[in-house]
Design a protein around this ligand. Structure first.
Ligand code: C2E
Ligand code: CA
Ligand code: CA
Ligand code: CA
Length: 275
């Protein structure tokens, strides 16, 4: 019995060691992912529910690892945040999104907006200089209104001056702001008054059981009513069925995003969808 226990223990420590090694290897590989051009943006359409027109797209990071294939951002964004690499990667994401926004709106009357996810760490970093991004937009000849950012509630709850300054900086530049995963955080709500937010994105955990859970429908409707009274638009995340779409239209939700309309697509495929 003693032996078996020891074996189990060594098996356990070995598994721990392997996962720690896997992590270290990923972190190491992440350092070279950007210069090696292994990162790419995919674009998921955001649809106006009443017209079914594409009015926005969310830019979502993909890591094409040479040996391990595609690695999910849910796995590597936390590593990028731990190591500080998120600053460099986030800078690339914004500039890359701006490039595609300029390409898809130039010489057209399109009002397409590309939405970029921002880590709270980017707001705390001195390396993020909004004026540099605005210069980049200017050089590309793309209006600020063609870009927006997505942040989570946590950032606004105990917002330090440098966070508030940056948020105002985006606002003043005409870059709209969305609250991501709305309903899953603290929902202190008072920040909606303090900061001039433009969109709430209802988290997909509310949408998933919309057709069977009356409480989820009630909460979603309450969010839409509140948002509209405050002058905000609402985007439902993770819309997968026509039934969910119909209910969202019934409660007056403005926009939807999800597999029902399209998965996130490589830039070339999204471009084809636009035409
Ligand atoms: P998120 O911002 O909440 O993005 C929405 C996620 O839901 C995406 O996962 C998207 O592919 C997925 N999704 C979209 N429609 C559906 C649907 O109908 N059903 C289901 N089940 N899922 C759907 P993804 O692309 O794996 O991204 C995961 C998270 O990684 C994102 O969650 C975001 O927090 C983070 N992320 C992605 N790109 C970036 C980035 O450039 N910067 C930062 N800081 N974070 C990013
Ligand atoms: Ca998002
Ligand atoms: Ca989300
Ligand atoms: Ca507003």
């Amino acid at each position: 019995a003693k032996n078996a226990g020891r074996n189990r223990l060594s098996y356990f420590t070995q598994a721990l060691q392997e996962s720690a090694q896997h992590r270290l290897r990923l972190i190491n590989d992440l350092r070279t992912a950007l210069p090696s051009r292994q990162l790419a943006l995919h674009f998921q359409p955001i649809i106006e529910l009443t017209s079914r027109r594409i009015i926005k797209a969310e830019a979502l990071l993909r890591w094409q690892h040479p040996e391990q294939g595609t690695i999910s951002p849910a796995e590597f964004i936390p590593l990028a945040e731990e190591t500080g690499l998120i600053i460099e990667i986030g800078d690339w994401v914004f500039r890359e999104a701006a490039y595609w926004a300029s390409r898809w709106t130039q010489n057209t009357d399109s009002d397409l907006q590309i939405s970029v996810n921002m880590s709270p760490l980017q707001f705390q970093s001195e390396a993020l200089v909004i004026d540099d991004w605005l210069t980049h937009l200017c050089a590309l000849g793309v209006a600020e209104s063609h870009l927006s950012i997505e942040i989570t509630e946590g950032l606004l709850l105990n917002a330090h001056p440098e966070v508030t300054d940056k948020l105002l900086g985006f606002r003043d530049a005409g870059i709209q702001v969305a609250i991501d995963d709305f309903g899953t955080g603290y929902s202190a709500l008072s920040y909606l008054k303090r900061f001039d937010i433009d969109y709430l994105k209802i988290d997909q955990s509310f949408i998933r059981n919309l057709e069977t859970e009356p409480n989820d429908l009630a909460l979603s409707e309450a969010i839409v009513i509140m948002a509209h009274k405050l002058g905000l638009k609402v985007i439902a995340e993770g819309v997968e069925t026509e039934g969910q779409c119909r209910l969202l239209m019934d409660i007056g939700c403005d926009y939807g995003q999800g597999y029902l309309f399209s998965k996130p697509l490589p830039a070339a495929d999204f471009e084809r969808l636009l035409q």
